[in-house]
Design a protein. Sequence first.
Length: 152
Amino acid sequence: MNRKALAKGLAAASMVGVLAACGGGGSGGGSGGEIQGSVRAPAGGSAAGSRVIACFVEGNQCNAQSPNTRATVVGANGAYNLSLAAGQYVVLAIKDVDGSGSLTAGDYGGIYTEGGKIVAVSPPKAGVNIQMEVLTEDSGLRAQGLEGIPLR
């Protein structure tokens, strides 16, 4: 995925600080299902402890404050599943590699794409796999207002 697409996708979830406080699992009501997949870290890194966020889409935007938005932390194998209400979700993964409590250069980030394009998914859906990359200033952290966003 190119850095511009990653920056755009992460900007879609610019409420990462709010998302980090979201609980895992749990349905937001109505019928829905699970989104399942795995997260991979950049070469030499680990996906363990990464946060996967399914951000509920309303009005063609990620609504981080929606009660349907969910997050979970992945284990050592990088696998995850989220029980979600019916609707569309942008799914992304982040990892605070330096432990600063903020999304900064050197941390990992990625967003689910199909054919190189960011897409919203609807549950149930398996194979929602995310390849994270090392975030840099060139990833657009500062330009997108993402640098320093709290993750706790």
